[in-house]
Design a protein around this ligand. Structure first.
Ligand code: 5AD
Ligand code: SF4
Length: 455
């Protein structure tokens, strides 16, 4: 139902988000934008007047999930008489806009990640008798200039802020340059205003987001370009912000200022997600990455010299076209040499329109075997990293109540989930804890010093 309900009742909006943290951020901003136009979010898809799928196109599996969800939704829509308005947003919308409208004719609006600020207008224009509206052009003006100021969710302890979007690197496997468009950095004043309003609302941790966050070069308060190191230093000055993180970084763009920020800014967490993708120089070249395996190792050394307790995570692709046993062995060697705290690894998946997708492909069984071997090694490293935390004291930012009574859950500096028996009043604060046990994905801890006895 597209018209306001009688009596000024709010229209109900259901958003399902796939993929990366930037999509999570975009969905939040979309919900806020539509709430200003009379929409209230619901977590019941079957009750919604407007259904938005905010989609991911990064790998085949991600896009497939969207299409199977679309199939389910189509049936649901048929059941409710076709009343709900159906919006496909995000990177599948951008990459496959016209095809999507043809393949899923029950979709009403297709809107790319650079155009969702137009959704109120598109919803108002939507007429069920017409074909889907497709809005996938890249606007000349940044969408951020058209969105209302961001407000964090009530009670949020940690918030994302997109500072940079898009990518000009064109790694030969990646759709991002096509779906998110050219690299763009938001002015620092916008980022700082958003971080301030988050802090005022009780947020204690900010994660600065970008596809290529460390090539940030937004206009600073002094009219000059600021890099990410400078931006981090300024965000750290905001009262109430106790922790800063950033993701995702591109190795060749890690500069001295960023390394210095890891040394000098206490609020910057000693953890960096630094995707290397492969340990073979031949494959890195074919991927159009602008670093070698050795350059990556030297960078890790420099980061560790600046901040000895820094932990690293990475992304890996196995089975890239042309990857030999020797190339894969080089990846395993790089993993052994670095020692990662956490990692994400994937089978290469040919993406339409990318240069590597037209190369001869490796056998899927070989990809699967390499992925299993790599994941065994990475999982062992993650478990070893977690186990090495046992007995240590570390600060934890508490975020929410745990599943068990009297339990709270927070994050270590290294993003591990930490469970502690503590009063819920610690939520939103950083407390020193002693790690008592470790699992594959989380830690248990006790307060480092007993709570003060009430007088
Ligand atoms: N196939 C497999 N993995 C991919 N990634 C990006 N594109 C592909 C692809 N075509 C992985 C990379 C990237 C992460 C976000 O997703 O490792 O860093
Ligand atoms: Fe994709 Fe490479 Fe850009 Fe990362 S740097 S978003 S992998 S093209």
């Amino acid at each position: 139902m597209n018209l306001p309900r009688g009596g000024g009742e709010a229209r109900r909006l259901y958003i399902k988000t796939y993929g990366c943290q930037m999509n999570v951020y975009d969905s939040g901003r979309l919900a806020q934008l539509l709430s200003a136009h009379g929409y209230r979010t619901t977590d019941r898809c079957d009750h919604a007047d407007v259904i938005v799928l905010n989609t991911c196109h990064i790998r085949e599996k991600a896009a497939e999930k969207v299409f199977s969800e679309l199939g389910r939704m189509k049936q649901m829509k048929a059941r409710d008489g076709g009343d709900a308005t159906f919006v496909v947003a995000g990177c599948v919308a951008q990459a496959e806009g016209a095809e999507l409208a043809a393949r899923a004719p029950f979709v009403d609006i297709v809107v790319g990640p650079q155009s969702y600020q137009r959704l109120p207008e598109l919803l108002a224009r939507r007429d069920r008798r017409q074909a889907a509206i497709v809005a996938t052009d890249f606007p000349a003006i940044s969408k951020f200039d058209d969105l209302p100021a961001n407000r964090p969710e009530a009670g949020a302890v940690s918030a994302f802020i997109t500072v940079q979007e898009g990518c000009d690197k064109f790694c030969s496997f990646c759709v991002v340059p096509y779906t998110r468009g050219a690299e763009y950095s938001r002015p620092a004043s916008q980022v700082i205003a958003e971080a301030r309003s988050c802090a005022a609302a009780g947020v204690r941790e900010i994660t600065l987001l970008g596809q290529n966050v460390n090539c940030y070069h937004g206009e600073g308060a002094d009219g000059r370009e600021w890099d990410l190191g400078r931006l981090i230093a300024e965000v750290a000055e905001i009262e109430g912000i106790e922790r800063i993180r950033y993701t995702t970084s591109y190795p060749a763009d890690v500069n001295d200022a960023l390394i210095a920020a890891h040394r000098d800014v206490p609020a910057l967490m000693p953890y960096i997600h630094l995707p290397v993708q492969s340990g073979s120089d031949r494959i890195l070249r074919a991927m159009n990455r602008r670093h070698t395996a050795d350059a990556y190792l030297r960078l890790v050394d420099r980061l560790r010299r600046a901040r000895p307790d820094i932990a690293l995570s990475s992304d890996f692709i196995v089975g890239f076209p042309g990857e030999s046993d020797a190339d894969f062995a080089a990846t395993l060697r790089l993993v052994e040499a670095v020692g990662f705290a956490q990692s994400f690894s994937f089978k290469y998946s040919p993406r339409p329109g990318t240069p590597a997708s037209v190369e001869p492909q490796l056998d899927d069984a070989l990809k699967a075997e390499r992925l299993a071997r790599l994941q065994t090694l990475l999982n062992d490293q993650q478990s070893a990293f977690n186990a090495a935390c046992v007995g240590r004291e570390m600060p934890v930012l508490f975020e929410r109540p745990g599943r068990r009574a009297g339990q709270v859950v927070g994050r270590s500096p290294y993003l591990q989930a930490v469970h502690v028996q503590l009063d819920a009043t610690v939520i939103g604060t950083v407390q020193q804890v002693r790690i008592t046990a470790s699992g594959a994905n989380s830690l248990a801890a006790e307060p480092a010093s007993p709570p003060p006895v009430a007088s």
